[in-house]
Design a protein around this ligand. Structure first.
Ligand code: ADP
Ligand code: MG
Length: 258
């Protein structure tokens, strides 16, 4: 990730990312004896956006949790830039793969700035002043320069989610995972966060996005993956899945959500 200018929206516009490839190979995941993900394979090319859609309980969150090893896969592999993620230490892996959740998971007693800076000094060992400077830049890039000293409770849901995105970006990740990042937001705040996400994709971030926002998936995704009952049922371009769904399961899902 390189910055051509250090502050404000101008930097956000010109900043480019160098996303890595992400590949899931026959990923199988279980809770206890119950397999909830079976033999899922998919490839996200560098700098592209893949959206995962599917009914509740189909295993979308579990898949993301397998990618950054918040839950260990039962079998199969995840390749990050061609390297097995199972051989990377989990905290290193999580600094290379940013994750944004539905509930922002910010530290309530820290300011926006320190929420973004914290992992830079505690995980990356960056000196505090430098970490805060970088955090300030990331906040400016998500449009929150003026809110750096606010605590989460004094920010809107959309602003809190921007802080969470800035926090993930501060680690200079190679891939970003989003798990229903806009599902907890008031409707009028959804668009701003989706636009921010779309902008990251345009600037070269590799993105794996679980979403219920079909308009976003259609417009922004390079690839859409439909999951049901722990399996990939269909994958293809947005046009292929939305305009010409082949399986009865996807046809039914789309008739319920569109
Ligand atoms: P989605 O994100 O598509 O809604 P999840 O990945 O959350 O689906 O869940 C997939 C399946 O795994 C569901 O049947 C769910 O009940 C189950 N599951 C999710 N988390 C756990 C857990 N921590 N322990 C046991 N079962 C779980
Ligand atoms: Mg989920």
């Amino acid at each position: 990730m390189s910055l051509t200018s250090s502050t404000g929206q101008a930097a956000a516009e010109s900043q480019t990312f160098h996303g890595s490839s992400l590949e899931l190979k026959n990923l199988t995941m279980a809770y206890g004896d119950i397999e909830v993900l079976r033999n899922v394979s998919l490839t996200v090319a560098p700098g592209t956006t893949t959206c995962i859609i599917g009914p509740s309980g189909s295993g979308k969150s579990t898949l993301l949790r397998g990618v950054n090893r918040l839950h260990e896969p039962k079998s199969g592999d995840v390749l990050l830039a061609g390297e097995s993620a199972l051989e990377v230490k989990p905290d290193i892996l999580r600094s290379r793969i940013g994750m944004v959740f539905q509930h922002f998971n910010l530290f309530p007693d820290h300011t926006a700035l320190d929420n973004v800076a914290l992992a830079l000094w505690s995980v990356k060992g960056m000196p505090k002043a430098e970490a805060r400077e970088r955090a300030r830049q990331r906040l400016a890039e998500v449009g929150l320069a003026e809110r750096a000293d606010h605590r989460p409770r004094d920010l809107s849901g959309g602003q809190q989610q921007r802080v969470a995105i800035a926090r993930a970006l501060a680690m200079e990740p190679e891939v970003m995972l989003f798990d229903e990042a806009t599902s907890a937001l008031d409707p009028e705040l959804v668009k701003g966060v989706l636009n921010l996400m779309a902008g990251l994709g345009k600037r070269g971030m590799t993105m794996l996005v679980v979403t219920h926002e079909m308009g976003f998936a259609r417009k922004v995704a390079d690839q859409v993956v439909f999951m049901d009952e722990g399996e990939v049922v269909e994958a293809g371009t947005p046009g292929e899945l939305f305009d010409n769904p082949k399986s009865e399961r996807l046809q039914r899902f789309l008739s319920e959500v569109l």
